[in-house]
Design a protein around this ligand. Structure first.
Ligand SMILES: [Zn+2]
Length: 290
């Protein structure tokens, strides 16, 4: 399942190919995604120029400016990859398969002569992904219903130990559950949660409200380091976002604990333990994490 690092790597991979291009044709083959794709999407998008691509949590935000001759408002295409979604650029797109739900045909803008038209294709076998158009201005985008409840970004300067400490006081919920909920910080999915807690030396079952400020500082650093490492690792897969090799483009850290039940801890050799918290598997080292 694509987590924040995969989404960020997708964003970086698409940037050089997609930004500045005009959407000259739109094909929606399947509107039954997580939410129905609106029937007017083709008319809304055709003719617009993709101005930039931002990311908020696991949402990619494509700013789409109207054609100069149009009196339409600027707007954003929100894309969520769900559980199995990919966005990929094809200079020479193969025939669409049963899971290729959306194609945007992109033409380079004036001044970018020599670049051929290409296809930006959304593929999603399980269809938990989402394609949502919103005409909101950038200043109002944070208030979009899909975005406004998200925690801050892990690389936001406000995210530090004091932030975690303040948001967890008085809470008896396990720290892993508190992090996974996404209200303290976005992007810490199941894998990265287990890994971050290992790096911070914190047992996942510890009541969130009992973790000291010093340990919260360690945790904030561990979250950032874990995600940054995953994003950096994803950089080596960037080529997968262009072309037709069919690979998912997903990638994974060399994990310390995740999915390593019974195997020796890479630090102390103690067998890694697996437990279930909130119906999700948690992995930790009983020696290194307390
Ligand atoms: Zn250990």
């Amino acid at each position: 399942m694509p987590e924040l690092p995969e989404v960020e790597v997708t964003r970086r991979g698409l940037l050089p190919h997609v930004v500045g291009c005009r959407i000259v044709d739109v094909t929606v083959r399947h509107r039954g995604l997580r939410w129905p794709v609106e029937p007017e999407l083709e008319a809304r998008l055709t003719g617009r120029v993709i101005q930039r691509i931002e990311r908020r949590g696991k949402y990619l935000l494509l700013e789409c400016l109207p054609a100069p001759e149009s009196d339409a408002a600027p707007g954003w295409l929100l894309v969520h990859l769900g559980m199995t979604g990919t966005l990929r650029v094809y200079p020479d797109a193969p025939a669409a398969g049963p899971h290729d739900h959306l194609d945007l045909v992109l033409a380079p803008e004036a001044g970018q002569d020599g670049r051929p038209a290409m296809v930006l294709r959304f593929r999603d076998p399980r269809r938990f992904g989402a394609i949502v158009w919103t005409p909101l201005a950038e200043s109002a985008l944070a208030e979009h219903p899909l975005l406004k409840r998200l925690g801050i970004e892990p690389f936001d300067p406000r995210f530090d130990g004091a932030w975690i400490h303040r948001l967890t006081r008085g809470r008896s919920v396990a720290i892993k559950q508190a992090l996974l909920a996404g209200e303290i910080v976005v992007g810490v999915g199941n894998i990265y949660c287990s890994e971050s807690l290992f790096r911070a030396g914190i047992r996942p079952t510890t009541p969130a409200g009992r973790i000291s400020l010093a340990r919260c500082e360690k945790l904030a650093e561990a979250v950032r380091a874990t995600l940054a490492e995953a994003i950096a690792r994803g950089g080596s897969t960037l080529r997968d976002f262009v072309g037709s090799d069919g690979s998912s483009g997903y990638f994974q850290l060399d994990c310390f604990v995740y999915d390593r039940a019974g195997e020796p801890c890479r630090v102390c050799g103690t067998p890694i333990r697996q437990i279930v918290q909130g119906q999700r598997s948690t992995f930790y080292c009983p020696q290194c994490q307390h």
